[in-house]
Ligand binder design. Sequence first.
Ligand SMILES: C[S@@+](CC[C@H](N)C(=O)[O-])C[C@H]1O[C@@H](n2cnc3c(N)ncnc32)[C@H](O)[C@@H]1O
Length: 263
Amino acid sequence: MQLLKRFSPILTVIGIQLVVLIGLYLLIQGLWQGFSFSLSLWAKVSIQAAGAVLVSYLFRLPLWWIAIQFIIPFAVVLAIIFDLPTWVYPLAFFALLLFYWNSADERVPLYLSNKTTWKALADLLEEDRLSGDNKPIHFIDLGSGFSGTLVALARQFPRHTFTGAETAPLPYLVSIIRCQISGLDNVHVQRKSLWDVDLSRYQWAYAFLSPEPMPRLFKKVISEMPKGSKFISNSFVVPNNPPTDTRILEDRRQTELHIWDIN
Ligand SMILES: C[S@@+](CC[C@H](N)C(=O)[O-])C[C@H]1O[C@@H](n2cnc3c(N)ncnc32)[C@H](O)[C@@H]1O
């Protein structure tokens, strides 16, 4: 059941491609029988890709799945043209799975906070240090990816402790190596689901996830984080729970950092 849940968006993606393929087949037959007109190979591939994008959009699949839907028909045809060996497909799928472990069931893909965001988080920590009692802080990145955010902050704030929770196997492995290479002893990553983290130990929690887990995550934050702590969400808000403050960053995507003071 758990496995089915993890793969359900992937099954939806495959199902949509198959349904569009049936539609394309009927269209090809209709054009040929009605008008003796035959589509070129790339016209067929483009129609398949556009159809898959349209149906995925109507099914409200997340944007990254819609992009994948567009790529699939072209990738399959190119693979056939260049006669790639069959083991390439499961291998590519497996490699993607190790990176995008949480895209399917958690609906959280892997994309990374940029350096402008690292700097904004550092500025917030610095503001807090100047206005507060200057005690060491425990900071957690919930879904820490390759740990770039954590290592950058750990280097700048040696008195604070930075922890990551990450379940995707390859990002976790990269994180372990990165933390080791950094030589810092105030940054650690755990192979742990963010749902299993005890947030009562942390004064700051940062998350860059997707709209999907936000309501459940916010409930966890409110019930576990200590009074006076801060929860920061990169880009994603919590329905019906406006943040205490929002910082709009001066990067290309105008990143929004939503900050909640936990009282
Ligand atoms: C958008 S990336 C953000 C990475 C990093 N926090 C950053 O800002 O650069 C989200 C990460 O959360 C991880 N993730 C998603 N659901 C998770 C869960 N339940 N437990 C732990 N990690 C999770 C994904 O694997 C991915 O690496």
